[in-house]
Design a protein around this ligand. Structure first.
Ligand code: PEP
Ligand code: MG
Length: 878
């Protein structure tokens, strides 16, 4: 069959809009060529060729090979040089280039096409044998390293040895004979390592390099990067083959990289560095110290002027800060790459806002420019980048809650509190956390757990508090008895210092200094204000305390979408009454215990209503299985039994009676209220009581919203709702005021999605609990999935953690179903989401498209959700 798909494009055939096919680098090289900029000619092998390579069992088909060589012949024609011809050799560079720029993939091979004969011709032709052999030894090293996986260190050792023998320190001091000797030594190393001679056929060199680029798409580093950045595996990478220009031809040649603005601060000024008489890898490798780009203005004024003019044109063309690579060959400038430059969060904001002020972007375009996830860095402390560079990573867990933390290791929540009270900074290390640990978690700088995924207790609570958390580091062996843990062969005792990075999941075995959060600059304020104008989704916060509510407000939350009431029971003053309630053997005793808790809850709700100044507050009724509130240690059991006036054996029996094989699917959520309606009655009393008290003060009119968790059947919903309505109506009547209130439900069980039309008869609003909905849809535990998801990524079954990024295909379909069915019954039903996905940009985009009214997320993610919601609305107006 004829080959109908075009797999190779000349730079002149492409353009900047073709990045899906040509990759970012290829599309931009094409665009620069079209703009008439000095780009050495070349061609791009498409991302589709990469996909085809994998479909063909990791082989480049003969059709694609033929197409590559046709283009190589065209390149020979265009340059007047020939591949492998010593009289006039064509040399090329080979570079990878995916749709999104991706560190971790194969980067660059330069000087490809050299062999023992070609190098001699090249030496004659250039009249510069030193340069020719310098290029050759570089090529052998790069090809061996990146294509054949012979470590570049081995070559560097030989190079160092040679310099030592000669008594010199700089590579530039090596003469032609030295370089010839290096070539011989490099080839000998290659042969020893690979059991084969270094390939002399340039075409073979080229094909092997193209394969290496394709292979690098699937290396572990690239896979991790893709997962972190939600880049689909099936995109593939393109390969760019470009005729060489040489920065190592002597003192009027050089190579460098530069940004049109400062990537750290966003300041508008050419920023970068270059090296004279060098090739690209020298700048990156840091073997010599480059000069600042400003010095080029003195050293080669004409080249500098041309470069700076190109930089300005590129920035104006792409309307964004550019990151460019260039080479100067004998005083002539060539552009090798341009791309939108990576930048810090602060720089991203400044550049976006400045470009609006400079008239280059509209406000809408500026809103689309800043990556929402990046805002995290402005809201949490970070490690001092310089210190971090010097520190080795000891291990890695899940990046569960962003920020950087450094402190002394403690192993229990009580110790965390005690040490904190003594003025120490601590990292709480636990196998996993439970609601009991809340106070310890609150005072810790950071939380590190062995078990647990992205929606485990530790992760959810830490994000809510804005505390750094690394969860699910299975390599850690904790010994609570000895108060120590072991990781990567090192043992850490209580009180020893470690650092954890909740933005990367990295764990460090020492103290790494942190820099405080760069609290919202003026640029942030301006950009987020623009974003707010364009979004359709409202953004609420998940907040359980008046303090969290105030934090949510400070970050712009327009309401509270989830107030989890269970955390309110753990303070010392309350947990006893809660335990009394649980062990009570009659409804009357249970009611007595609940009556003790009620005033505390009402007080908390009043605080939250006040903090939110009349904005919506959705209060969820008790959700976790009751055993979570009971003590586990014998001494605690003895003490509590004594307190409650029952025997330890009786309490032990109650605890055992509450044991469940699968508590997440056990006696929790609305099931508790079905068994013990008095719990719902007490919570209703607290909510309505608080609303009446605050309303009576006269500043705000509160319209309480009560949310019933874990509903899967309309009758279940109605049963609990009847308790709520009966209690609420009575209290409101007694208070003698007018008060509207709503009773709605969480949608977090697949059956609720499928019967949402029925549930909507009773529910005034739905709030999707996508943590449980994900857990129940996949049928795997949100706390345990971390243990096996890695094998699923390795096997390419899942590309990302469904607890972090919504599974749009499965869980998303259930959401869409529930939205459609819910609206059918109740067209004005209020729809939100309060699972952890509410602060995840790609999930927010999905919820926007699904037609929800709001997303609710932890306070620290509110700014991210606001920006993500605006971007979703701009991309998909509704
Ligand atoms: C959920 O399940 O998505 C939810 C918000 O509730 P929780 O995390 O408290 O179970
Ligand atoms: Mg839930």
């Amino acid at each position: 069959m004829a080959n109908t798909v075009q797999y190779v494009y000349f730079f002149s055939e492409g353009n900047g809009s073709m990045r899906e096919l040509l990759g970012g680098k290829g599309a931009n090289l094409a665009e620069m060529s079209n703009l008439g900029m000095p780009v050495p000619p070349g061609f791009t092998i498409t991302t589709e060729a990469c996909t085809q390579y994998y479909n063909d069992g990791k082989a480049i088909s003969s059709d694609i090979q033929a197409e590559i060589f046709t283009y190589l012949a065209k390149l020979e024609q265009l340059t007047g040089k020939q591949f492998g011809n010593p009289e006039n050799p064509l040399l090329v560079s080979v570079r990878s280039g995916a749709r999104a720029s991706m560190p971790g993939m194969m980067d660059t091979i330069l000087n490809l096409g050299l062999n023992d004969t070609v190098v001699e011709g090249f030496a004659r032709l250039t009249g510069n044998p030193r340069f020719a052999y310098d290029s050759y030894r570089r090529f052998i090293q790069m090809f061996a390293d990146v294509v054949m996986e012979v470590s570049k260190k081995r070559f560097e050792e030989i190079l160092d040895q040679k310099k030592a023998e000669k008594g010199i320190t700089e590579d530039t001091q090596l003469d032609t004979e030295d370089l010839k000797d290096l070539v011989a030594r490099f080839k000998a190393l290659y042969k020893a390592e690979k059991n084969a001679d270094f390939p002399t056929d340039p075409k073979e060199q080229l094909l092997e390099s193209v394969k290496a680029v394709f292979r690098s798409w699937d290396n572990p580093r690239a896979n991790v990067y893709r997962r972190m950045n939600e880049i689909p595996y099936d995109w593939g990478t393109a390969v760019n083959v470009q005729s060489m220009v040489f920065g190592n031809m002597g003192e009027t040649s050089g190579t460098g990289v530069a940004f049109t603005r400062n990537p750290a601060t966003g300041e508008k000024a050419l920023f970068g560095e270059y090296l004279i008489n060098a090739q690209g890898e020298d700048v990156v490798a840091g073997v010599r110290t480059p000069s600042p780009i400003s010095r080029l203005a003195e050293e080669m004024p004409a080249v500098y002027a041309q470069f700076s003019d190109i930089a300005t044109r590129l920035e104006q063309h792409y309307k964004d800060m550019q990151d460019m690579e260039f080479t100067i060959e004998n005083g002539t400038l060539f552009m090798l790459q341009t791309r939108n430059g990576k930048r810090t969060a602060a720089a991203a904001l400044k550049v976006a806002v400045d470009l609006v002020d400079e008239g280059m972007l509209t406000e809408k375009q500026a809103v689309l420019r800043v990556e929402p996830k990046q805002l995290d860095a402005l809201l949490h402390p970070q490690f001092d980048p310089a210190a971090l560079k010097r520190t080795a990573v000891l291990g890695r867990g899940l990046a569960a809650s962003p920020g950087a933390a450094c402190g002394k290791v403690v192993f229990t929540a009580e110790d965390a509190k005690a040490w904190h009270d003594r003025g120490e900074q601590v990292i709480l290390v636990r196998l996993e956390t439970s609601p009991e640990d809340i106070e310890g978690m609150q005072v810790a700088q950071g939380i590190l757990t062995v078990r647990g995924g992205m929606t485990s207790h530790a992760a959810v609570v830490a994000r809510g508090m804005g505390t750094c958390c690394v969860s699910g580091c299975g390599e850690i062996a904790v010994d609570y008895g000895k108060k120590q843990f072991t990781l990567a062969g090192r043992t850490f005792h209580e009180g020893e210092e470690i650092s954890i990075d909740g933005s990367t999941g990295n764990i460090y075995g020492e103290a790494v200094p942190t820099v405080p959060a760069n609290v919202a600059s003026g640029d942030f304020g301006r950009l987020i204000a623009w974003a707010d104008q364009y979004r359709s989704l409202e953004v609420y916060a998940n907040a359980d305390t008046p303090k969290d509510a105030a934090q949510g407000r400070a970050f712009g939350a327009e309401g509270i979408g989830l107030c989890r009431t269970e955390h309110m029971f753990f303070e010392e003053s309350r947990i006893k009454a809660m335990r009394e309630m649980i062990v009570a053997d009659s409804t009357a005793n249970r009611k007595r215990a609940l009556a003790k808790i009620m005033p505390y809850q009402q007080g908390d709700f009043e605080g939250i209503y006040e903090a939110m100044e009349g904005r919506p507050v959705v209060i969820r009724f008790l959700d976790p299985p009751l055993h979570e509130f009971l003590p586990t240690k014998q001494e605690d059991i003895d003490e509590i039994a004594a307190d409650l006036g029952v025997t330890a054996a009786h309490l032990q029996a109650v605890i055992e009676g509450l044991h469940e094989f699968n508590p997440m699917m056990g006696h929790r959520g609305c099931r508790l209220a079905v068994s013990y309606p008095e719990i719902a009655e007490m919570q209703t009393t607290a909510v309505i009581g608080a609303a009446i008290a605050v309303t009576k003060k006269g500043t705000y009119r509160i319209e309480p919203q009560i949310m019933i968790p874990l509903v899967g059947e309309v009758k279940e919903m109605k049963f609990v709702k009847d308790v709520v309505v009966e209690t609420a109506d009575r209290l409101i009547a007694q208070a003698g005021i007018e008060m509207r209130y709503q009773v709605g439900t969480m949608i977090e069980i697949p059956r609720a999605c499928l019967t949402a039309d029925e549930i909507a008869r009773e529910a005034a609003f739905f709030s999707f609990g996508t943590n449980d909905l994900t857990q129940m849809t996949f049928g795997f535990s949100r706390d345990d999935a971390g243990k096996f998801l890695d094998s699923y990524y390795d096997a390419k079954i899942y590309e990302s953690d469904p607890f972090a990024h919504l599974d749009q295909k499965g869980v998303g379909k259930l959401v869409e179903t529930a939205v459609a069915l819910g609206k059918k019954t109740r067209p004005d039903i209020h729809l939100g989401i309060c699972g952890e996905h509410g602060g995840d940009p790609s999930s927010v985009e999905f919820f926007h498209k699904a037609g929800l009214d709001y997303v609710s997320c932890s306070p620290f993610r509110v700014p991210i959700a606001r920006l993500a919601a605006a971007q979703a609305a701009l991309k998909y107006p509704r």
